[in-house]
Ligand binder design. Sequence first.
Ligand SMILES: C[S@@+](CC[C@H](N)C(=O)[O-])C[C@H]1O[C@@H](n2cnc3c(N)ncnc32)[C@H](O)[C@@H]1O
Length: 284
Amino acid sequence: MSENFDAGWLTLREPFDHAARNHALAMRLVGALPVKPRLIDLGAGTGSLFRYLAPMIDGAQSWTFIDADPALLDEAFNVTADWADGLGYRISGDDSALTIHAPGGDWVMDGELHDLAAIPGGLAFREADAVVCSALLDLVSVGWITWLAGTLRVPFYAALSVDGRDGWLPFHPVDAVMRAGFRRDQRRNKGFGRALGTGAIAEALRAFSTLGFRVSSAPADWMVPRTALAMLDALIVGGERAAVAALPAQRHVLSGWREARHAQAMGLRLAVRIGHRDILALPK
Ligand SMILES: C[S@@+](CC[C@H](N)C(=O)[O-])C[C@H]1O[C@@H](n2cnc3c(N)ncnc32)[C@H](O)[C@@H]1O
């Protein structure tokens, strides 16, 4: 059973994700790809990573979006078609595949429903030139990342894993309680066994380097300014909810924290930085 993600949340975070991803690391992935690369996007959601990487790859390319949520895969086609339309590119296709006729070549995307936690044997990793994901690794387990590293013979790129750093400005005395609860909730089983949470980066680097991949990682922090009220609200509400789930005895303290943070946000006095890292593993 996979964790559910709301398309509205993925849409809200997309511009922050795009600004945060480490461009230099992504360009190293792009440099490692052949012409007309075939990519598999694990936990693709609504296709945010495609909309970030496809223009960087630029030429003809094909993508398979994998997700356990059929509604998100449907939305991925709609959102990506609208996005390409906004860029002025012609689009063709049907329910099973979308082709964006970009000036440098066709960008083809299709989608497959898989529960990745079930370690699907049907995934055609051998036909891919790279396997990529974004905001997925902190959900998975040590066993799963070890399995993935042992299965891949191609570049692996994982954007936006949380690293546990966060800065809420100004300081609030209950930040430490919220942070402790939030981190504990990140370790909750999201369908893959005990989730890696902030341990995802170290475990992924370990799993791939042990098998001879050249690994690197780089910071990719969300920078949420005072004016980004919807994102601030989502971080405040989501932070409180996760922390209360992990520390129910602290619910009154945390509800006071939420009210104080909301008041600051409404007064344009709150800014937040959430630490992430991007990872690249290249086979030798
Ligand atoms: C945080 S969202 C990230 C989505 C997208 N990669 C992005 O960056 O916007 C995590 C995604 O992983 C998918 N997911 C979670 N567990 C899964 C599983 N067991 N199998 C397949 N997909 C899964 C969710 O449906 C969701 O789309």
